[in-house]
Design a protein around this ligand. Structure first.
Ligand code: ADP
Ligand code: MG
Length: 699
């Protein structure tokens, strides 16, 4: 890759000072406008300065696509093949080796690595990137690394040389981050930005939250500006894959009919290149996003929030902002985490607009009204730690020896009731005991990158020797939707017919068994990809499911060899065995039929739920009594998806567990290794040193 490209980035001027700052400070916060070169360049600078000799340079990202894309880019810039000196690791996809020096990974992956190697002995530097996004895992890593570096200073570490921690963030949160890390220095990369004219188009008001409405308006605005504005590329923000695909289809169709001789205001523009960008997109397709469009053609990228800060596309002059984002939120009505579409915050809207002003003045078209801005949008996005389930994270903390999960150093403290709820769930899955200590089972569970209930079901199956039933199900639940739902009505009917056949062929009316059966049938066929095409099933999803199943099987095998693995006996049919294992994992998600086609959950929330139309059990409600379910979708109703009928006898002994324990009891905890006083003392010492000019002279 041409080196002068990277030498034009704002960060290049500060290379020496930056390296020095990392050398002299245990913690450093680095900030600068998006696109200034932090993510792609700083790891390379550290590599050139020899940091790689003492260990890896690890860079975390909240999003997996960002980790993969950036690693690709950096390996190109360094002229090496991906997976060697520069690699990446994300859940279920490891493209790195022992010898990888610059390793991009998701924050979740680093958290798992800390479990296996608490001192991170493999690393010389850890860079927590995109800290302003405030993802749950990055927040936890911040607290852990703060503790870790403190402990190391107290002499209790197996490291030869101290770990360096760099936290990179957009300008928003830097003071808070620095204060959290003992008032550590903040390195600001100065950068020039150009004005962005912002306009409220007023097409969406506070009541228009339906995606069909805003997708249509977004398309209209994008086409209007394409015909009326000067050359320059467009970036459209929507919330997810299906919306983005719909918008792209509409754009293709309409852009085709434009007569560029008469309809387009700027005569240098004679075409529109439409490109989608979302998380689960194949990576070779993602690469196209960064290529400049052919001469005279305007590029229009339709993206999720990933294009807001994680990835920078050059040449963008216009933004079309839908005002919405997909976000994981804890729904206290049903007591579960739910992916929902919500209005973005004002600060997020500003960030999106800023993407148009990187290299020249730009324009941002907000499709919503000023009223929407004032009534529906928060000032700032609420950190994930304050709005999602903490179950998996708390189990990780407990396994790392952080017993007092209430007094852990959180950058923003989650509400205590969320912590208590997580403890209760862990107790219900037998991951912790009544005193809040991790059980043998909990230590097995933490090894699986799956939701706790699913892991519990899998381990139950493994202890009964029937993991072959649960491994494929766990894999299938870890990939995106497997059934293709085509847009055109005739094709839709065809697909539905095939799907009904698959359900009937699975032999039983239970969504988990359908997943198992699709997995097995596809794998057994002569040509799995052709099988998928014939049955309207996503081949890409199945292919990942096969790979995930193998990885889960490997983890299980290793644990069976290394650990004292529980063994249980069961006499009964395989179908009953299968469903009983599911009950063990999902008994907190149990519901009993109430009136008509509705069910009522048993977890104390007592919510009324409906079976989702995509379920094999839809319209068979009247024949059911008790069900368990994998997840929930909230629209105007609360729907449960991936459902399995069970018998009362199988859950009745488990149900008392939903109520028997007082969560406060679980939080009564052992003393911490690092006390608050020790932290305060260390912070004071750092501050004194800085005043004496010892460590930050080069800042
Ligand atoms: P920051 O982390 O400060 O936001 P980055 O390091 O991500 O900045 O980006 C620096 C520059 O590298 C940007 O101009 C961006 O467009 C470019 N870039 C990043 N990834 C790619 C890629 N995959 N292909 C082409 N250019 C890229
Ligand atoms: Mg970045």
């Amino acid at each position: 890759m041409d080196s002068c490209d990277s030498e034009n980035l704002p960060i290049f001027q500060h290379k020496k000072k930056l390296v020095k700052a990392v050398q002299v400070n245990p913690f450093l916060v680095v900030t600068g406008e998006t696109g200034s070169g932090k993510t792609t360049q700083l790891p390379q600078y550290l590599y050139q300065a020899g940091f790689g000799k003492d260990g890896k340079i690890g860079v975390t990202q909240p999003r997996r696509v960002a980790a993969i894309t950036v690693a690709q880019r950096v390996s190109q810039e360094m002229g090496c093949s991906l997976g060697r000196e520069v690699g990446y690791q994300v859940r279920f996809d490891d493209c790195s080796t022992e010898n990888t020096i610059i390793k991009y990974m998701t924050d979740g992956c680093l958290l798992r690595e800390i479990l296996a190697d608490p001192s991170l002995t493999q690393y010389s530097v850890v860079i927590l990137d995109e800290a302003h996004e405030r993802s749950l895992n990055t927040d936890i890593l911040l607290g852990l690394l703060k503790r870790k570096v403190l402990l190391a200073r107290g002499g209790s570490s197996s490291r030869r040389i101290p770990l360096k921690v760099v936290v990179m963030s957009a300008t928003l949160e830097t003071d808070k981050l620095s204060a959290f890390l003992g008032d550590c220095p903040v390195f600001t990369i100065p950068g020039r930005t150009f004005p962005v004219a912002e306009r409220f188009c007023g097409l969406i008001g506070p009541k228009d939250t339906d995606s069909t409405v805003y997708v249509k308006e977004v398309v209209k605005v994008a086409l209007d500006l394409h015909t009326s504005e000067q050359a320059g590329d467009i970036l459209v923000f929507l919330t997810g894959q299906s919306e983005i695909e719909k918008a792209c289809d509409m754009l293709y169709e309409k852009a085709e009919s434009i007569d560029y001789r008469y309809d387009v205001h700027d005569r240098t523009v004679d075409g529109l290149l439409i490109l989608p960008l979302y998380g689960s997109m194949p990576t070779d397709q993602q690469r196209q996003i960064f290529q400049p469009p052919p001469k005279g053609v305007r590029k229009c990228v339709v993206a999720t929030n990933i294009a807001a800060t994680s990835l920078t596309i050059n040449g963008i002059k216009y933004i079309v902002d839908s005002g919405f984002v997909k976000q994981l939120n804890h729904n206290s009505r049903v007591g579960l985490d739910i992916l929902e579409v919500v209005p973005i915050s004002k600060s997020e809207a500003q960030q999106r607009a800023g993407r148009a002003g990187r290299t020249s003045a730009g324009k941002c078209f907000r499709i919503y009204s000023k009223e929407f801005w004032e009534k529906c949008m928060l000032e700032y996005t609420v950190p994930e730690i304050q709005r999602t389930s903490l179950t998996a994270v708390i189990l990780t903390l407990k396994c790392l020896g952080v017993h007092d999960v209430i007094r852990f150093p959180y950058l923003d403290r989650p509400e205590e009731r969320f912590i208590l709820e997580a403890l209760k769930q862990l107790y219900q899955c037998d991951a912790i005991d009544r005193r809040g200590h991790v059980t043998r089972l909990g230590r097995l569970m933490v090894e699986f990158p799956l939701p706790p209930g699913l892991t519990r079901a899998l381990l139950k199956a493994a202890s009964m020797g029937c993991e072959d039933l649960l491994l494929p199900v766990a894999a299938m639940l870890s990939v995106e939707n497997i059934f293709i739902r085509p847009g055109q009505p005739e094709k839709q009917q065809d697909a539905e017919r095939e799907h009904m056949k698959l359900i009937a062929d699975s032999g039983s009316c239970n969504d988990f068994t359908v997943l198992l059966s699709v997995f097995q049938k596809c794998r057994a066929s002569d040509s799995p990809s052709a099988w998928c095409r014939d049955h309207w099933v996503h081949w890409r999803a199945l292919k990942s499911a096969f790979s995930i199943e193998t990885q889960l099987r490997d983890i299980l095998l290793r644990l069976k060899q290394q650990r004292d693995f529980p063994v249980e006996k069961f006499d009964g049919s395989r179908s009953e065995l299968f469903r009983r294992c599911l009950c063990t994992g999902y008994f907190a998600n149990v519901a009993r039929r109430a009136v008509g086609r509705t069910f009522c959950t048993m977890d104390g929330h007592g919510s009324v739920v409906h079976i989702h139309p995509s379920s094999a059990l839809f319209e068979q409600e009247s024949q059911l009594d008790w069900i368990i379910f994998h997840d929930v979708l909230v629209t105007s109703r609360v729907y449960v998806r991936t459902v399995c009928p069970v018998r009362y006898e199988w859950v009745k002994d488990l149900l008392p567990k939903l109520h028997e324990v007082d969560a406060y009891e679980l939080s009564s905890v052992a003393r911490e290794e690092v006390t608050d006083e020790e932290v305060a003392k260390w912070e004071a010492k750092e501050a004194a040193k800085r005043q004496a000019g010892e460590s930050a002279e080069d800042m």
